[in-house]
Write a protein that binds this ligand. Structure first.
Ligand code: GFB
Length: 317
């Protein structure tokens, strides 16, 4: 069977990452991509997940379904970030293996690495020190998922590999200011600041933390490449290779959006980890590299924001 003939299940196809992977699969000519909405299949429900895999032929799984959110959502809903992610990944990984799936990609996050990990962060830094407290429950769930994949590989020889992306943004991002990540939040805040003629827009923390941002379509290309590559195994960091301070990011987003007022810092909000730049040499050695620059990516994301805003009125902040 060729790659393009494989029956591919993308779990979480309505989320930003799952949607980008689904687009990338279609772009490459995959003809048998299986998706299920949350209403059709509740991935937190073990019985439903087992029934799905025992009745639906699947060769390959992309596990992009997850409870995700920005720094404040992580801090205020630790139960959901820990519990939901553990349930989804345990159900999908176990049922997929039981049904004969031998190739799976598990999506994690750069926050699995220790807060003080040497920069750029290599895959070997995993479990070498304490985690950042604002997202520890989410990180622990993702580390558990990664270890479950490693265990299936070690015990049963399954090709369950793990992609650990840096901070992502792009089409179908979450623009709800209570739960979003920084980049979509800045797009929305500066857009609304410009529209309303505000003198100042408030952003969180000190502006000093450094973050690395990758456009989600670049991630999707890396994911499909990893699943097609005959030698890919283990954990792969997937990042853009450069970081930027939140203060400089804010200036860049304001410029793309056309906001010219002041930027004010609310230092009662958390900064989170001081820096998390990833070493992505492992995935690059297999032939992947990011193609979308930060400025171009923000321009693309702003275009999607404007379209998504017109199509489905965004909730008021
Ligand atoms: O993207 P973000 O929420 O998450 O925040 P993390 C990154 C930085 O941007 C923090 C600052 O220093 C925030 O204080 N920031 C400034 C803002 N203004 C805003 C704003 O309006 N909204 C938001 N959200 N941030 C997340 C983890 O960490 O990264 C997740 O909590 C996940 O678990 C994700 O790993 C990739 O980068 O700090």
């Amino acid at each position: 069977m060729t790659n393009l003939e494989q029956r591919v299940f993308v779990a979480g196809h309505r989320g930003m990452v799952g949607a980008a992977i689904t687009r990338e699969l279609h772009r490459r000519g995959y003809g048998n991509v299986v998706t299920r909405s949350r209403e059709e299949l509740d991935l937190e429900n073990q019985n439903q997940v087992h029934r799905f895999f025992s009745t639906t032929p699947v060769d390959v799984v992309y596990l992009a379904a997850a409870k995700v959110g920005g720094i404040l959502a992580n801090q205020t809903h630790p139960v959901e970030f820990l519990y939901k992610n553990l349930m989804i990944q345990c159900n999908v990984i176990r049922a997929a293996y039981a049904a004969g799936v031998r190739k799976l990609l598990f999506l994690g996050s750069s926050c699995i690495y220790p807060r003080e990990a040497p920069q750029p962060i290599h895959e070997d830094a995993l479990l070498t020190g304490p985690l950042e407290s604002t997202n520890e429950p989410y990180a622990i769930a993702k580390i558990a998922g990664l270890k479950l994949c490693e265990a299936y590989q070690r015990q049963y020889g399954a090709r369950f590999i793990c992609a650990m992306p840096t901070n992502l943004y792009g089409q179908h991002d979450n623009y709800d200011l209570h739960s979003s990540h920084v980049l979509p939040a800045l797009i929305r805040k500066f857009h609304e600041g410009r529209e309303s003629g505000l003198d100042s827009v408030t952003i969180w923390g000190t502006g000093a933390p450094l973050r690395e941002f990758l456009y989600v379509d670049d991630l999707a290309q890396a994911c499909v490449m990893l699943m097609e590559h005959p030698e890919a195994e283990g954990i792969y960091n997937i990042g853009a290779g450069q970081d930027i301070s939140i203060a400089d990011l804010a200036k860049l987003v304001a410029r793309v959006v056309g906001y010219t007022g002041n930027i004010v810092y609310d230092t009662s909000k958390p900064d989170g980890t001081p820096r998390k730049l990833m070493d992505s040499a492992r995935v690059q050695a297999l032939g992947w590299k990011p193609e979308i620059s930060l400025t171009h990516g923000i321009t693309l994301a702003y275009g999607h924001f404007l379209r998504e805003r017109t199509q489905h009125a965004l909730p008021v902040a």
